[in-house]
Design a protein around this ligand. Structure first.
Ligand code: AMP
Length: 218
């Protein structure tokens, strides 16, 4: 199953992608995580991506396509994958179509106010990348990851000013993908308001409906 999670920054794509990855035993592929990893390793690619990321802008398509093309050619992607944060532009979606077939796009949505509120409380583990929320899913011990005991921090690009810019970029460059995939008949809308458990239930419902329709068609 080749899945895409579409939605604005802060909607919780990463958390849901993690759950789908475990459920279907397929890799979660997050271009954002891949860039952060390159930055951590101080590679040229990381350096190239970092200034765009700090400003809340998109990394150029050519850089993104090079990294994703390589990742999708790895053997663990043969049985499927869940894409989180890719594609983000029409050019990326068109290029992706030439690489592989997408089965389903889950379009997560919520109000702008809710996004900013949610993002402002989000904490990420420096060690394993696990995501927490001060209010909705706090760690047992303040500032410490439950899984690996790593230090929790707030990502630079999740602070209010950069976040507003990222939402603007989403509206302009990524939102057109909703009608692009809807016109192909492979997009399902998911109500992503509320707790992540609630959103997971909505994702499961959407997936269930898609599977049923698929079986009927076959
Ligand atoms: P994310 O973790 O998915 O929110 O991504 C963090 C940042 O990485 C974004 O704000 C962009 O600067 C960059 N980025 C991640 N994925 C892409 C993509 N598919 N296209 C362009 N830039 C991206």
């Amino acid at each position: 199953m080749n899945l895409i999670l579409l939605g604005p920054p802060g909607i919780g794509k990463g958390t849901q992608a993690e759950i789908l990855s475990a459920k279907f035993s397929i890799p979660k592929i997050s271009t954002g995580d891949m860039f952060r990893e390159e930055i951590k390793r101080k590679t040229q690619l990381g350096q190239d991506a970092s200034s765009y990321m700090q400003r809340g802008e998109l990394v150029p398509d050519s850089i993104v396509m090079a990294i994703i093309r390589k990742r999708l050619s790895e053997s663990d992607c043969r049985k499927g994958f869940v894409l989180d944060g890719f594609p983000r532009t029409l050019a990326q979606a068109e290029a992706l179509e030439k690489i592989t077939k997408i089965d389903l796009v889950l379009n997560l949505s919520a109000s702008k106010k809710e996004l900013i509120e949610r993002m402002a409380g989000r904490l990420t583990c420096k060690g394993c990348g696990q995501i927490y929320h001060l209010k909705h899913s706090p760690p047992e011990k303040r500032g410490v990851c439950d899984s690996c005991r790593g230090e929790l921090y707030q990502r630079e690009d999740q602070k209010a000013e950069v976040l507003t810019k990222r939402i603007e970029v989403y509206e302009k460059q990524t939102k057109p993908l909703i009608s692009y995939y809807r016109n192909k008949g492979i997009l399902v809308d998911v109500d992503a308001r509320g707790s992540s458990d609630k959103v997971t239930k909505n994702v499961e419902k959407a997936l269930g409906a898609f599977m049923k329709a698929k079986t009927r068609r076959e």
